[in-house]
Design a binder for this molecule. Structure first.
Ligand code: AHG
Ligand code: MN
Ligand code: MN
Length: 343
C-alpha cells in the first residue's frame, strides 16, 4: 500500500522540534544534534549528485578495517559527518564502519550525552555505476556519566537506541528516521535545501512479495538459508505466488524499497570468507539501525535465532547474519533455522 503524500508542508527541522516537544524534560540537545547530522547529509548528497563531474569517483587506494576497498566518497562522507558532529557538545564519542577504533571528541570541545554510530556510505562499491547508496546512523544515550565516551557507551544493545535512520542518495535524496514513535520519511528539495516530509508514518506490509539476497553466494550458505529462499520461490509453498527477486547490493536501497513495497532482505552467515563466519553486515552500523526502523514500521529483524535488537555487541566491528523486513517473512526465516537445527 503506497504511503499517501501529506497535505501539509513540514520540514525535517520542524518535525524534529515537534517530536522533541512531546518530552517536557527535553533540553533541545538532541534536536540540535540531529540538525547537525542533517547538514552533513546535505553535504554528502551534494557531492554524490555531482560525483561523475567532480573527480570523486574511484577508490582511495587502500583498505579499511573491514578489509574492503575504501572509495574516495567513503572518506568524504566520513570526514563530513565527523566535522559536523565533533564540536556541537552533543556527543561523547562516535563509532564508524570506516574507523578501526572509537572516534573521540577532541578534548577542546565539550562532551555530550549521546553516542553516534554510523556507516558513512553504504553500498559504496556501487558508486562508480551511479547506483543508489546511503548513510546509516543510530544514536544511543551514553552509559558513562561524564568525560570522553568509552567502549561501554558504544557497545550497547539495539534496544537502547533512541533514534536511528538513514539517508538514501537515489533519484532524489531521502532521509528516513525514527525516535521510537513511528517512522517518517523526508525528501530533499534541492532548490530550497530542505528535507520536506513526504512519507508520514511509514508502515511496512506484514508479509512481503520481494526477497533480496545475494544468491550467488548460496553455495556458501547453510541448509536453512537455502531452503528458506527456495520456499519463497516456490508458488505452492509461498501462498500461490513466488516472491520477486530484487537485489541492488546497497543495503540502504534494498531495505528502503522493501520497507515501502513489502519484502525481506537476507544476508546469512556464509562460509565464503573464513574470517567472516557471521556473514558480511555489521551489527552496529547496519543491522541495529535498520532493525530499529523495521520494527518501528511494523516489521522485524533477526539473525535467525534472536532479535537483532537483543544482540549485545562485543566489539566495534561485530558482524551478524541478518534477516530484515516484513514481520511474517522474518518469523518464517526463524522457523526454518529452528527446523534445520541452526543456521
Ligand atoms: P558498505 O558499502 O558500507 O561496505 O556495505 C556494503 C554492504 C551492503 O550495502 C550490501 O547489502 C552488501 O554489502 C552487499 O554485499 P554483497 O556484494 O556480498 O552482496
Ligand atoms: Mn554498509
Ligand atoms: Mn560503508
Amino acid at each position: 500500500m503506497p504511503t499517501p503524500m501529506p497535505h501539509k508542508l513540514v520540514t525535517l527541522q520542524r518535525h524534529v522540534i515537534e517530536q522533541q516537544a512531546r518530552f517536557p524534560s527535553a533540553t533541545g540537545d538532541f534536536t540540535l544534534m540531529l540538525l547537525d547530522l542533517m547538514t552533513a547529509a546535505k553535504l554528502i548528497a551534494r557531492e554524490v549528485n555531482k560525483a561523475g563531474l567532480a573527480e570523486v569517483l574511484g577508490d582511495a587506494g587502500h583498505q579499511n578495517v573491514q578489509d574492503e576497498l575504501v572509495m574516495k566518497l567513503d572518506e568524504f562522507a566520513q570526514d563530513r559527518i565527523y566535522k559536523a558532529m565533533d564540536h556541537g557538545g552533543h556527543l561523547c564519542c562516535m563509532a564508524s564502519e570506516e574507523s578501526a577504533e572509537l572516534i573521540p571528541i577532541p578534548p577542546e570541545y565539550p562532551h555530550g550525552r549521546y553516542v553516534l554510530c554510523f556507516d558513512p556510505l553504504d553500498g559504496s562499491s556501487n558508486i562508480d555505476a551511479n547506483v543508489s547508496i546511503g548513510t546509516i546512523f543510530s544514536v544511543h544515550r551514553r552509559k558513562s556519566t561524564s568525560g570522553p565516551g568509552t567502549l561501554e557507551d558504544v557497545l550497547q544493545v539495539g534496544n537502547n537506541i533512541v533514534c536511528a535512520g538513514y539517508v538514501i542518495y537515489g533519484p532524489s535524496t531521502m532521509l528516513v528516521y525514527s525516535t521510537a514513535s513511528g517512522v517518517s520519511g523526508f525528501t530533499l528539495d534541492p532548490s530550497i535545501g530542505e528535507f520536506c516530509l513526504s512519507h508520514e508514518d511509514i508502515r511496512t506490509p506484514e508479509r512481503g512479495k520481494i526477497y533480496s539476497a545475494n544468491e550467488g553466494n548460496a553455495a556458501y550458505w547453510g541448509e536453512a538459508d537455502r531452503a528458506y529462499i527456495e520456499h519463497l520461490k516456490t508458488p505452492e509453498k509461498a501462498s500461490g505466488r513466488p516472491y520477486s527477486a530484487r537485489y541492488i547490493g546497497s543495503l540502504v536501497a534494498d531495505f528502503h524499497r522493501n520497507l515501502l513495497y513489502g519484502g525481506v532482505f537476507l544476508y546469512p552467515a556464509d562460509r565464503k570468507d573464513p574470517k567472516k563466519p557471521q556473514g558480511k553486515l555489521r551489527l552496529l552500523y547496519e543491522a541495529q539501525p535498520l532493525a530499529f526502523i523495521a520494527e518501528q514500521a511494523g516489521g522485524a529483524a533477526s539473525d535467525g535465532t534472536q532479535r537483532i535488537l537483543d544482540i549485545v555487541p562485543r566489539t566495534l566491528h561485530d558482524r551478524t547474519p541478518l534477516c530484515l523486513g516484513a514481520k511474517l517473512d522474518v518469523q518464517l526465516y526463524d522457523d526454518f533455522v529452528r527446523r534445520y537445527g541452526g543456521r
